[in-house]
Ligand binder design. Structure first.
Ligand code: URP
Ligand code: ZN
Ligand code: ZN
Length: 477
């Protein structure tokens, strides 16, 4: 099958041009610029185009043609807080596609006392035959010991070159400084990357328990117990551990000025430190947590911060101290699941739905909001995730030979985010009623149109596991 996407403006992280894109099978075959008043592929309706033989033509006039977005932080079906994140690989990946995302990188979990391989196999089985877009995995390490350290090398060889460790959740996921250092040392040898959830969990527990004992049980106390300084301290600590091991480190879901300061200082010292933030930290705030038990809808970790942190994070994105925005998509129904923590904020499952909304929120608040260029937007939703997480140039750009993961995006179309119309399998939206400018009209995954006219038209389970490359880019940059 050959597909011609004509008359659009191709926007990559490198720049934009009026050009036609020819897709042949799964990959991009040609990008032909349309000189002003001249002709590109689209206008060569005679012999040349027939020779090319496009089976399908999409007219992208007035729209942008961008690389499919990549969300490198999702949690489909994650067991957490006595329940499971509600989206399956099927529902979550379909919702992602509606929102212009054509690849996700989810987190496989090592169960305590079990092998990394068993955890990876379990998550592979959840995604295989269900995901509708391509997917990769990071590995959450629950145990750091001689066996799991040796096993890391074999996991890297299977195209899973990144491992998440936590300073955050005592009794659930928590590694000591020594364990973190050992895992980082191991990646010095195997080319992997340690991703850190950096909050000082034991300190947070002291404050959270004090609050609960004083009868402060509403969701707002989730936010008020997890001080930004506890995130800043842990971020600085893991950065120092990475420097000691002589390896890059990647901070996930960075939420506060305090943590950003630690990242900025390290990058100023020339250290290879990378970080993502998430839409919730750019658009939502502690105020959202403060509406009685409704606030449970907004409980995630790190928590939402006071509004003044938001502009700092936008500045971090503009200046590239933050390289990308991922969602940390981890949805729990308000009814039934978030309910588990009524009367005790410590029992509210942590996580928010976002996989469908990221691209449009970032376009609306970033590009339409005048904070970032369209090129930078493409970079933070697609190109940087691909580069940092070993998918580039197969994904994250539109170039000859790249996977034809392409979105025809209308930067002018407004729509209203609502749980009534979203496709994530969760009974609320954090952005209910928010009008955003920008929407995906066509979503193409490896040369197949999977979203068109507001409908998903791909078959179930068409997504493929993508082996990611070793984390070379973060070592070089
Ligand atoms: O609240 C969150 N972030 N839930 C998902 C688990 C994690 O820490 O990423
Ligand atoms: Zn985390
Ligand atoms: Zn997460």
């Amino acid at each position: 099958m050959r597909m011609l996407i004509k008359n659009g403006t191709v926007v990559t992280s490198e720049g934009r041009q009026s050009a036609d894109v020819l897709v042949d099978g799964r990959t991009v075959a040609a990008i032909v610029a349309r000189p002003v008043g001249g002709s590109g592929l689209a206008d060569r309706t005679g012999a040349a185009l027939l020779e090319l033989g496009a089976d399908e033509t999409i007219d992208a006039a007035g729209r942008w043609v961008i690389p499919g977005a990549i969300d490198t932080h999702t949690h489909m079906e994650l067991p957490f807080g006595g329940t499971f994140a509600k989206d399956t690989f099927e529902t979550g990946s379909r919702a992602a596609a509606f929102g212009g995302t054509t690849t996700i990188v989810d987190f496989a979990v090592q169960a305590k006392g079990r092998s990394l391989q068993e955890g990876l196999d379990t998550w592979m089985a959840k995604a295989d035959g269900n995901a509708v877009i391509d997917y990769g995995f990071h590995m959450i390490m629950s145990d750091v010991n001689d066996e799991s350290l040796a096993e890391m090398d074999r996991i890297v060889d299977q195209g899973v070159p990144s491992f998440k460790l936590f300073t955050a959740y005592p009794g659930v996921f928590l590694s000591s400084d020594g364990e973190i250092l050992r895992a980082m040392q191991q990646t010095a040898g195997n080319g992997g990357l340690i991703l850190m959830h950096a909050e000082n969990g034991p300190a947070i527990d002291v404050i959270a328990n004090e609050n609960a004992a004083a009868g402060n049980t509403d969701p707002i106390y989730h936010g008020l117990s997890r001080y930004p300084g506890f995130e800043g301290e842990a971020t600085n600590r893991v950065i120092r551990l990475a420097a000691a091991a002589g390896v890059p480190v990647y901070i996930v879901h960075l939420s506060s000025r305090d943590a950003l300061d630690a990242v900025r200082s390290a990058r100023g010292r020339g250290e290879k430190v990378f970080a993502e933030t998430c839409p919730q930290y750019l658009f939502l705030s502690l105020d959202d947590l403060g509406n009685g038990f409704e606030g449970a809808k907004f409980v995630c970790s790190p928590p939402l911060r006071t509004k003044d942190h938001q502009e700092e994070l936008w500045t971090g994105l503009v200046k590239d101290d933050l390289q990308l925005v991922a969602t940390d998509h981890c949805p729990f129904d308000f009814a039934g699941q978030k309910e588990l923590g009524r009367g005790d904020f410590r029992k509210i499952p942590n996580g928010l739905p976002a996989v469908e909304d990221r691209v449009d929120l970032l376009h609306d608040g970033g590009v339409a909001g005048g904070r970032i260029t369209p090129e930078r937007w493409v970079e933070i939703i697609s190109t940087a995730p691909a580069r940092i997480h070993g998918l580039y140039p197969r994904k994250g750009t539109i170039a000859v030979g790249s996977d034809a993961d392409i979105v025809v995006y209308d930067p002018e179309r407004e729509h209203t985010i609502s749980a009534k119309t979203h496709h994530m399998d969760v009974d609320y939206s954090c952005y209910e009623g928010r009008v955003v400018k920008g929407a995906s009209d066509f979503v193409i995954s490896r040369g197949e149109v999977i979203v068109k006219d507001g409908a998903f038209i791909g078959p179930k389970g068409r997504g493929e596991f993508v082996k990611r490359d070793r984390a070379d880019w973060v070592r070089r940059n």
